[in-house]
Design a protein. Sequence first.
Length: 714
Amino acid sequence: MKNISLFILIIFSSYSVYCQLSFSESNWKTHFNLLDIKKIESINNKIYCFGEYGYYYFDLSEKSINVKANYSEFSDIKTSDVIRYNNELIIIYESGLIDIIKNESIYSLNLSFDLENIKVNSSYINNYYLYVSTSKGLYKVNLDSREVIEKISNIGENGNQVDILNTKIFNDTIFLITAENIFFSHIDKNLLDFNNWEKENFLSTNFLGSFVNGNNIYFYNDNQIISSSGHIIFEFNSSIIKIKSILDVPHILSLDSTSFEYKFGYLDELKFYSKLYVSDNILTDFLYLDGSFWLSGYGFGLYKLNDKLYFTPNNSPSINPLSLKKVNNSLYGYGNSNRLIEYKDNRWLNKELNNFSDISSVEIFKNKLYVSSKKMGILDIEKNFVFDGREDDSPFQESNENGDVNISDISVGLNQMWILNYGAESPLISYTEGGEWIQHDLGSYSSNYPVELNYNGKETFWIRNDNRNSAGLTIYNASLYKTKTVNVSNGLLKSNNVNSVLIDLDDKVWIGSDKGLIYFTSSSFDDILNNDTYLVPNDGEKNIFQNIKINTLLFDHSNNLWIGTDQGLFIYNPYDKKIIKQLDESNSPLFSSKILDLDKNSLGEIFVLTSAGLLSFRSFNQASNQNLNSIKVFPNPLILKEHEGLIINGLLKNNYIKILSLNGNEVISLNYRGGGINWNLLNRNNKKISSGIYLIYIVSEDGSQSFLTKFLVI
């Protein structure tokens, strides 16, 4: 057993490590919208509810709702269909990948290695074969051998490829339903030969699917049920969404185009329709289990019809956001809908805004929350009042011929709220604490199409312009009312297609574009005025992050630069000038390498918005403290077989940590910037420490030290 002391020292050895981040899978968490459910399926007395990304399940035996935090063992995340086979749950993804889940095991397969632009429409099981209907034909999978054995696609006229919506097998005949035709053939024929396929000559078209009821097969479009002989046996006043035969009775989801109500009902004897449930919410799927009908839809998740009970995760965002923004201690997410999500104290709070959508930004000004829209101006949440330049004194101008008032961004600085009115003659506007509107002249050479504000905390705003109109940057000194354009022409940009601007903790300005990363050493207007070129990051041997498309930038509480690209996520240490880590879907829980947005909270949780949904990474690197009064060390006891690191929170901005054994031998030195560290328990030889009692000492900058605490390592 070893006794080890931990010291924070100013002087450290050559074995020092500047930063530590543990990218263990356990530090990642998904944040998917599980209130809008598209598909449900039951197996082993559980109902699985699938959203656009991810799922949760309701366990009928335990009466519990279970949400997955990590999907790293799954092949993909965006589900197209889900179906049950014996005791196996089969998930078919939009990408054409398939996961077969049995107990705790997952078996994965790929429909094809040529799945670009494929769309999975539906799935069907007959005997031990899975039939997957897609936009590129029908795939036949042997579920016992777990292999794709056949692809049927070129059965159209002259052997053309067809988009198959639905498949059924009935009385040894296989039916393939497309939007315009129904193809059929005997199941024992050579189905790869288009000459063996026939077409039903129905007058009706725009087919959606089929169902078997009793001793017959039926087809349906958006308002008709058609028999196999082509006769219309029932016609609806509302639009059919889905039909399933349950207990030998057709049950129907539909949408009333007049009242916009969603209806669930059944067709008795294929003649008489009866409603079971009507909802203002979108209904998407249904099943029958445990003597009751269960419905899924948007905004509520899962609903048990008999008991009139909802089964919904209690900590789920109500949207999969398109953008993120941290304001004070909250992280907000938003997109094109009227829903605004807020993450605070590890909880999601969901807001639905009345008659206000296409959200572009949020800000808190005078302790009130304001929300901007790409079409509708600015909403004062507290007063429920919209500033759009029509019934108020705001100077906003319409941005297009549709009458949209596009407010592309809002920010706070110099005791004012700053506003970008996209497409206006004077697009930069400020709103004072006294309620006065001020228009700022950016000059004739500046763009009228700004999309993002970045304030340096002093006097200067860096304004990113729309890449579709003029592009480049505009720098505005709000104290001197001076403007400077930054673009390729004056040598200050490598590309005018700028996607992200970031001012870090050292006042450096980082600029990400479609041609890579550049930076300036100061954000000050005067410093840029005297600049004639930009700088390029270099690792000591070569320029880095060049000629790659950079989508978004973020600095963490250690001032490490997080760089989101189409090729994944890079974490860069600007002090050591080295890449700490490169993450993509092949080496991390990321389900997409395309990173759209990044942000963080004060606890050091990094939020990563990808093209396949939102995740967060617990770095444990909190905002730095002014003193050491709130230091926390955990876990205690630390169990080596269970815990991957020792977390120290409540640190100062700059920390020098030296770990020594009780007999004075150095274990490792850590020079750390930021309010929290997750030490990976490795010594300077990259070997894990052994068990023992650890003593922690804090040493101030003048060299004095004081005992902090002790903890046990098992």
